[in-house]
Design a protein around this ligand. Structure first.
Ligand SMILES: Nc1ncnc2c1ncn2[C@@H]1O[C@H](COP(=O)(O)OP(=O)(O)O)[C@@H](O)[C@H]1O
Ligand SMILES: [Mg+2]
Length: 460
């Protein structure tokens, strides 16, 4: 299931990460290019403005020390002629004041203006923004200072700015648009194999545990599919084990059930109670076997935690072993066996599950009593050095070396074994030992025979 809280998709994430810096850089570039263009447009038109001012200064004459301006209408026309902008001028003599032009033309306010060069500034005139150039000249044959101010509206400059910016921005925007479309399509196409993979997994039946095929899968996704494949494999083998177990269990239950049915039919054919008795005895035996088998199966199922984690708590192994041995003494006595316990004075703690550990020991004692000799000896021992270990030893006929691996398999019994066991005892012992991460060692107790099974706990 897709986590509903995680709304942002991988596609959005990639697109955001690519487009945000793209938009950011393009914005910065646009702002920079605006100011650079503005500067260059100003430099170009300021030069023209200065030319206009210089052409005006040609008309300032001096005669006998007196300064005057001679502006023929044609010259004035040429000066003012412009398609888009209005041009104003003002010529002021330091002594005589206004010589010609429009008195509203702005002048530089700054008293400390450096008049050795033309002065440019922005201002307003008749409510319109204007660019002004002011210069100071001293006409020939005169010592009088004359100021020339020329103002021009900004239409030309603005048009030029617009032209340049449009020529710059339109291709840029087209580029962004194209790059955007390419990104969206590219990311979508790039992620296509992931969708294909999702579809392939979604369409599977719950029984289909085949590994995900590796073709069309990116290297980055490979790690994920490998993990999933690994999980599928483990799941597959767990399911196979379960199925084998269920099949075996069903098979094992079928035999006593068939016996039970047979005996019940036999009992039903008899008329009086004494005649029924043998059948009833058989029924009781069958029921006992089934009850034992069911218990064993349930214990096996219990020792197989689904999630692989089992809660282990500190358990006093000495106390637990002693108590279990006490429970088994009567059964040992039935076969005139001696069951002895060699423990330690102080408690020996291991991390474990008490119920399962009792079951483990019960199975070992059951085997020792069942397969040991009459009047034999069973020794249960606990040692804490070099590591915690629990051993059960008998002096029976022992387990032949070639059977030693097989006896731990489920439902395996050595052919011809006495008793009515179902071959699950040692499988349970092994399962419980594994759960406690303890090592199981099976060996001959003595040179002449006997069985010794030892459980070695890991240091905790
Ligand atoms: N202490 C023992 N001495 C001799 N043989 C044993 C001993 N314990 C187990 N075995 C052999 O191992 C087989 C498997 O034991 P187990 O798994 O407990 O199954 P079950 O006791 O139900 O047959 C037994 O059938 C028996 O032949
Ligand atoms: Mg057994």
């Amino acid at each position: 299931m897709i986590n509903k809280k995680q709304k942002r998709s991988l596609k959005t994430e990639i697109l955001l990460r690519l487009s945000i810096p793209l938009i950011f850089f393009i914005s910065i570039e646009s702002v920079l290019s605006y100011f650079v263009t503005l500067h260059h447009v100003d430099v170009a038109y300021d030069r023209w403005l200065l030319d206009s001012a210089r052409s005006l200064t040609q008309e300032i004459k001096a005669q006998e020390g007196k300064v005057f301006v001679e502006l023929p209408p044609a010259a004035l026309e040429i000066f003012k002629w412009d398609e888009s902008d209005k041009t104003y001028f003002k010529i002021i003599s330091e002594e005589k004041g206004m010589l010609a032009g429009d008195k509203f033309v702005p002048e530089p306010f700054d008293i400390e203006t450096d008049w050795s060069r033309p002065v440019y500034f922005d201002d307003e005139m008749y409510g319109e923004p204007v660019r002004v150039v002011s210069m100071l000249i001293t006409p020939e044959h005169s010592s009088e200072k004359v100021f020339v101010h020329v103002a021009e509206t900004l239409n030309k400059r603005r048009n030029m700015m617009m032209d340049i910016l449009l020529a710059d921005l339109v291709p840029q925007m087209t580029l962004v648009l194209l790059a955007g479309i390419y990104l969206v399509v590219g990311v979508k196409r790039g992620l296509q194999p992931l969708h294909a993979l999702t579809d392939e997994i979604a369409q599977r039946s719950s029984r289909d545990l085949r590994p995900i095929p590796e073709q069309h899968v990116f290297l980055e996704v490979r790690a994920l599919t490998d993990t999933i494949n690994d999980l599928l494999e483990r799941l597959g083998s767990a399911i196979a084990t379960q199925q084998r177990f269920i099949a075996n269990a069903a098979h094992q239950l079928r035999t006593p059930l068939a016996g039970l049915k047979l005996q019940v039919e036999r009992a039903q054919r008899e008329q009086d109670l004494p005649a029924m008795k043998p059948a009833l005895m058989q029924i009781q035996g069958c029921a006992d076997r089934m009850s034992h088998l069911t218990t064993q199966l349930l214990i096996l199922a219990r020792s197989e935690p689904i999630d692989g984690a089992y809660e282990l708590r500190p358990v006093d192994l000495c106390k637990l072993t002693k108590e279990t041995c006490m429970d088994w003494v009567p059964k040992a006595l039935q076969r005139h066996m001696e069951l002895s316990f060699e423990g330690l004075e102080q408690p020996v703690h291991v991390r474990g599950d008490e119920v399962l550990l009792r079951e483990l020991l019960a199975n070992l004692l059951d085997n020792a009593i069942c397969y040991g000799h009459d009047q034999g000896n069973i020794i249960v021992k606990i040692e804490s050095y070099p590591s915690t270990r629990l051993s059960v030893e008998d002096d029976g006929s022992g387990i032949p070396e070639i059977e030693m691996d097989k006896v731990f398999e489920r439902f395996y019994r050595i052919p011809g074994s006495p008793g009515d066991g179902c071959g699950l005892g040692l499988a349970i012992v092994k399962e419980i030992a594994d759960l406690h991460k303890a090592r199981l060692e099976l060996s001959s107790a003595t040179a002449t025979g006997g069985t010794r099974i030892e459980l070695v706990f890991k240091e905790s």
